[in-house]
Design a protein around this ligand. Structure first.
Ligand code: GTP
Length: 304
């Protein structure tokens, strides 16, 4: 792929999207990019990899770095995720700090406030999910965050889901970026290979279909992608930690796995633009989230 030379005055840079789990970071990345590059679910800690969403405009290129939610880690996977989110914020040209504008600030937000202390990059504070509350209800919520972070802070009030309040945020980000080159070809929306996104689309369906501990115990491996003229054949394995989770995922008469497969296949077809044949397997690997070698194999590495 060819990366053209940037015109004079072109601005570009890396902007990390950080915040607690489930505040809507991935939804915001998709909204800004205008394409579905990150998976979204109501389950906290959906995002595990540092994914870049790329927005190219005639005058600027913003590379949005979607990060895993910052939280107090409970296992090795959690430690790796939080480390990577912090390191993305540390090396960015700017940081979008997303908080949940439908609830008041809590202890988890204090943890983030501490994590961001000392950051030199500009920070855009964003109150997301304001569509869930009336104007009057948003005010005390906004004040609770100000009290926690900084009483002077001016929040961008947005709904990443509905698309409101996005323009002013985007313009402010662009105007603060340094002059720079195209980092990626202008027609690319994400730095992730298609294979990775396919695995994520399967995981998204699992997250949407299951609850409690199952979503967190799941990883997806794409075993094979065979591209044909009109049809792409994809073999994928869903990895869980216990037999009981495998039973849940397969479901009565295989119903659950079938539904997951159908949902993922539809999403994959949108991604590649043609027919997909998807075959799913479920495998138990005990305590994979505690195993450094399995985490590495799955691509959950500590990033610099
Ligand atoms: N009502 C409303 N819901 C939203 C908005 N933005 C995100 N959501 C929902 O909030 C949930 C979490 O969204 P995500 O984008 O996955 O959140 P995240 O911060 O990336 O989550 P992690 O990956 O767990 O850190 C999903 O069910 C979204 O549909 C919004 O502006 N309004």
């Amino acid at each position: 792929m060819i990366i053209p030379e940037a015109p004079p005055g072109f601005r570009s840079g890396f902007v990390a999207i950080v915040g607690r789990p489930n505040v809507g970071k991935s939804t915001l990345v998709n909204r800004l990019v205008g394409e579905k590059v990150a998976i979204v679910s109501p389950t906290a800690q959906t995002t595990r990899n540092r994914l870049r969403g790329i927005l190219t405009l005639p005058t600027a290129q913003i590379i949005l770095v979607d990060t895993p939610g910052i939280h107090k880690p409970q296992h090795r996977l959690g430690e790796v995720l939080v480390h990577n989110a912090r390191s993305a914020a540390g090396s960015a040209d700017g940081i979008v700090l997303v908080v949940d504008g439908s609830v008041e600030a809590g202890a988890g937000d204090r943890f983030i406030a501490e994590s961001l202390k000392g950051s030199k990059a500009p920070v855009w504070p964003v109150l997301n999910k304001v569509d869930r509350r009336s104007r009057n209800q948003v005010e005390p919520i906004r004040e609770s965050y100000r009290k926690l972070f900084d009483p002077e802070l001016v929040f961008y009030e947005i709904s990443a889901l509905k698309g409101s309040g996005i323009e002013p945020l985007m313009e402010s980000i662009i105007s603060s970026l340094p002059e720079g080159p195209y980092y990626y070809p202008p027609d690319l929306f994400t730095d992730q290979p298609e294979r990775f996104i396919m695995g994520e689309l399967v995981r998204e369906q699992v997250l949407l279909a299951t609850r409690e501990e199952v979503p967190h115990s799941v990883a997806v491996v794409i075993d094979k992608v065979e591209e044909g003229e009109t049809l792409t054949r994809v073999l994928a394995t869903i990895m869980v930690e216990r037999d009981s989770q495998k039973i849940i995922l397969i479901g009565k008469g295989g119903q659950m796995l079938k539904a997951i497969g159908t949902g993922a296949r539809h999403q994959m077809q949108k991604l590649v633009g043609h027919q997909i044949y998807l075959q799913l397997f479920v495998k138990v690997k005990e305590r994979w989230r505690q195993s450094d070698s399995t985490l590495r194999d799955l691509g959950y590495r500590r990033e610099q």
